[in-house]
Ligand binder design. Sequence first.
Ligand code: F6P
Length: 331
Amino acid sequence: MRRISPVLQQDGVDPDLISLLKTILAACREIAFRVSQGELAGVLGSTLSENVQGETQKKLDVIANELLKEVILETGVVKAISSEEEDDIVPGNPHGRYLVTFDPLDGSSNTDINSLIGTIFSILPADPHKDASDASQFLQPGSAQVAAGYVLYGPSTMLALTTGKGTRLYTLDKTYGGFLLTAEQATIPKYTAEFAINMSNQRFWEAPMKNYIADLLKGKEGIRGKNYNMRWIAAMVGDVHRVLCRGGIFAYPRDLKDPSKPDKLRLMYEANPMSFLVEQAGGASSTGYQRIMEIIPTDIHQRVAVILGSKHEVETCVNYHRNSTAPVISD
Ligand code: F6P
């Protein structure tokens, strides 16, 4: 089995980017170790603080954020980072060629129940004309990403990575300490009969999503003509991993449960990197109204509706939205 560097070299990836990716993965290996120690390492439970998103921070959120921040800034090739756990961007080397955004620990409410969690990252080119402390340098569409990936801390620690030449899957070999290529090309089947959505929000969704899911639930007797199965891990990283492995549709649609936060997932830390991985595996990704990777961000902590996965299923869901350009909420 092949190690990461030769695979990336073969893909023609810039050596600075390879060393940045290897640094991120070194931090993820350390996070994987701390996660695996659980209660023994005293890393479970919450801190007394909230992040900029108004969510209580878990101890592991803080530990993972600090680990990643420190090593990424030390590489010297990074001009600034933006983390879900930091209020503002953190400047690095003014001459660095890359920007890194990351969600240090996605699905962190799963930490206390020993369930799936992961680290999601995205790498953008830095604009040499902008100041390292200028947050506007991050406001690039997802289509500008030069690399994106996640590390899933599960029964085995896995990496999904794209540099725009397909999506590859690697598995951490704990005997030698590095990631080995275990799937040359993840391929999401075009058709599926599996969906992932938090059904408890159903009454707060917009009409197109309500109608789409209602038709899936009608199964063989309904307009879709087949029975669908449902899965929900409550960690995007786990649900997207399943989609990359065997297809399906994952959605966190807009809802009006809390009208001040109609969208839940973060564009720069979750939606864009996952969309890049999914598209590079032959899938599709949309808000219902727009391809996610074409959104021009207005804020580093912006949230969006996400519908991604098997191409035909995502396109079908988007069709339900097509005649409704403005959000419509109905019972
Ligand atoms: O980042 C937020 C997140 O944890 C995602 O990873 C996950 O898909 C979602 O929230 C779970 O949401 P809910 O709490 O509604 O199940």
